[in-house]
Ligand binder design. Structure first.
Ligand code: AMP
Length: 171
């Protein structure tokens, strides 16, 4: 099945010059979504993870069914201020300014094999910051798994751990 054809491309969103890869058209198609999760699960098994770490917010959509399929749990990596209770934070630089990701403290056991999951890797900044956040809590980050990779931005190279993407598109 041609999953790439089910991804809608929206020019100039969220700002001029950005081509936005929208997975809404994949989510609405149950056969294509099933196939997506099956293929992602197969790719995930190669990393033998004990837990998934999902990046807010579209990473959650993938990680929830994937975790069930793999018979493992997943944790939410969220933007600043969204998680209740004690959290571990990690700030990272953006082109202008910085951003902070957070994870609930005590959920990921030290030494646990964690696979980072998101819908898309572009520059790799978000996924790299997630790897660093997980390393702060002592996780063994075994890799990154993405539905889409935008080529030419060096995202997977900058991640610092092995990674796989199901679909490739130009940036
Ligand atoms: P980056 O940190 O540059 O790798 O950006 C990855 C994050 O931004 C992911 O959570 C994506 O969902 C989102 N993102 C970046 N670029 C795009 C794009 N062209 N289309 C859709 N989502 C994007």
């Amino acid at each position: 099945m041609d999953l790439a054809a089910r991804i809608r491309k929206i020019p100039d969103f969220p700002k001029p010059g950005i081509l936005f890869y929208d997975i809404s058209t994949l989510l609405i198609d149950p056969k294509a979504w099933r196939e997506t999760i099956d293929r992602m699960a197969e790719a995930a098994r190669a990393f033998a993870p004990r837990c998934l770490a999902a990046i807010e917010s579209r990473g959650f959509l993938l990680a929830a069914p994937l975790a069930l399929e793999l018979g493992i749990g997943f944790v939410m990596v969220r933007k600043l201020g969204k998680l209740p209770g004690t959290v571990v934070s990690h700030s990272y630089d953006l082109e202008y300014g910085s951003d902070t990701l957070q994870l609930a403290d005590g959920l990921v056991a030290p030494g646990s094999r964690v696979l980072v999951v998101d819908d898309l890797i572009a520059t790799g900044g978000t996924a790299r910051a997630t790897v660093e956040l997980l390393e702060k809590v002592g996780a063994e980050v075994v890799g990154g798994l993405f539905l889409i990779e935008l080529l030419g931005l060096g995202g997977r190279t900058q991640l610092g751990v092995p990674s796989t993407a199901l679909l490739q598109f130009p940036a």
